[in-house]
Write a protein that binds this ligand. Structure first.
Ligand code: THG
Length: 270
């Protein structure tokens, strides 16, 4: 599973404050801790109002790039801001995100010409976020085919089928899993991803829902997730599910993570 570390996000209050006061040590520490915990990419999201977002995101990207070597997943709801920020990023990573909304494809896809940038494509359009698997699949297909017109192959695309809150849509997990299975079947090589927190919105004891969401999504073939890798329960759930699904040859990753103390009971320090 490809792990995208979620913690450098201005909508987390402590991170938002650190961005506001340009506290580089705080951000560098978050970056390093996620890398040490097994992140493959770091999501970087300023999460501020539009007039301040560009400057904040530039500062964040520069600060994270100085601290760690792994590629970034640059996250903004504003395609025009992504367009301005991407040239500052040294190493190709993931653009988060494109969707069927307004002119996003026309702004984002040209940025991926002649380089290795990948993209997360959300299954929503100007009509909103569909709950039904068929409509999620339809939008994903449209986005994948549009990308092909720009010479972007499915292997550079992560479809995010935007799982809805279980409290509002009781079959939300089932639609999400069906969408993942069908999209991967129709477009071999395409990847899938998701955030963790939408599914449990409005429910008590969200952790139980989030961790089981991860396991079920992995069993449906989800390739990646935007998660907190420093959360030991989350990390252990991923490795346990991969082992159970025979995605961890000789249980190497599981055993290694245990040996390194990344999963299992916290070792007491003396
Ligand atoms: N899809 C895509 N991009 C996304 C999301 C998605 N970007 C933003 C968001 N959803 C994913 N990022 C976060 C970041 C932080 C939290 C949730 C989602 C969050 N973190 C808690 C904290 O750090 O305090 C604790 C989390 C924990 O310990 O598990 O709430 O869906 N494409």
């Amino acid at each position: 599973m490809i792990i995208i570390g979620e913690k450098i996000n201005g909508s987390i209050p402590s991170v938002g404050q650190a961005i506001e006061r340009r506290d580089a040590d705080f951000i560098r520490d978050l970056a390093k801790r996620q890398v040490d915990s097994g992140a493959d990419y770091l999501d970087v999201c300023a999460g501020t109002s539009t007039d301040k977002e560009f400057e904040a995101l530039c500062w964040l990207v520069d600060t994270v790039q100085e601290a760690v070597d792994i590629p970034l997943c640059v996250d903004s709801p504003n395609a025009h801001i992504l367009k301005e920020v991407i040239p500052r990023i040294k190493r190709s990573g993931i653009i988060n995100s494109v969707s069927g909304e307004d002119d996003k494809c026309e702004v984002i896809f040209p940025l991926m010409k002649g380089n290795d940038w990948q993209v997360i494509a959300l299954t929503c359009d100007d009509k909103g976020i569909p709950a039904e698997a068929e409509r999620k699949i339809e939008i994903a297909a449209r986005l994948i085919e549009k990308a092909a017109e720009y010479g972007i192959g499915p292997e550079r695309i992560y479809i995010d089928p935007l799982v809805l809150a279980l409290s509002a849509v009781n079959d939300s997990m089932l639609s999400f899993m069906e969408a993942i299975r069908e999209i991967k079947h129709r477009y071999p090589g395409v990847k899938t991803t998701s955030g963790l927190s939408n599914i449990s919105f409005g429910m008590p004891y969200r952790k139980a829902i989030n961790l089981n969401f991860l396991t079920l999504a992995l069993s449906a073939g989800m390739d990646s997730a935007i998660i907190d890798p420093t959360n030991r329960d989350t990390y252990a759930t991923i490795l346990a599910a991969e082992a159970l699904l025979n995605k961890d040859r000789f249980l190497r990753k599981y055993s290694k993570a245990y040996r390194l103390g990344r999963i299992g009971p916290e070792k007491k320090t003396q």
